[in-house]
Ligand binder design. Structure first.
Ligand code: IMP
Ligand code: MG
Length: 182
């Protein structure tokens, strides 16, 4: 395991992105929705850096299949009402982009006043969908990363830094022991 982003680097990146978010909304009330489970650490750190009146909610996205990533399932039971609200959807990582794109498509049908997206990381060379993320703290190389909320087989989410796992350690890809990737 190799450290890709230290605690200090993460803090600086999250502070910078949070101030961009603060400036973009200029004090207007915001509903921030974190994608479970990977965004929990980023969500907790970001909300404490934002200064507008804030509502906080979560939505769950999981994809599963025997060998590789399967169909995305979205559970929005815990999501607050977003109709007529300015909404920011926040996730840990933008990889292929399918998760955020599908979430945004689904949430748009609930008539938010506006809907933007923020991620801690965007992995280079992996994007498979036409989609622009509004706020990005870090661009990272195409490596499997863990820590600061991100897991491998449900482990490592609690690491305060971000580390890369060697390719031989992550085969078969990023699925949990129960076949659920979250
Ligand atoms: P996407 O739909 O391909 O953009 O995948 C996004 C989701 O895949 C993220 O929310 C993560 O849960 C998971 N993911 C993608 N890359 C990594 C990684 O390097 N480490 C841990 N989880 C990852
Ligand atoms: Mg996730």
């Amino acid at each position: 395991m190799k450290i890709l982003l230290s605690e200090e680097e993460l803090r600086a990146g999250v502070e910078k992105m949070s101030s961009q978010i603060d400036q973009a909304y200029a004090g207007k009330p915001l509903t921030i929705i974190g994608v479970l489970t990977g965004s929990v650490v980023l969500l907790a750190d970001t909300i404490r850096l934002l200064s507008m009146p804030l509502r906080v909610g979560v939505v769950q996205a999981a994809s599963y299949d025997g060998a590789c990533r399967g169909e995305l399932r979205i559970n929005s039971d815990l999501m607050p009402d977003i109709s007529g609200h300015d909404v920011l959807l926040i996730d840990d990582i933008f990889d292929t982009g399918h998760t955020l794109k599908k979430l945004v498509d689904q949430m748009k049908s609930l008539s938010p006043t506006s809907l933007r997206t923020a991620v801690l990381m965007r992995k280079s060379g992996r994007q498979e969908v036409e989609f622009d993320v509004d706020f990005i703290a870090f661009d990272i190389p195409d490596e499997f990363v863990v820590g600061y909320g991100l897991d491998f087989n449900d482990e490592y989410r609690n690491l305060p830094y971000l580390a890369t796992l060697a390719p031989e350690d992550v085969a078969p890809r990023d699925l949990g022991s129960d076949g659920i990737q979250q």
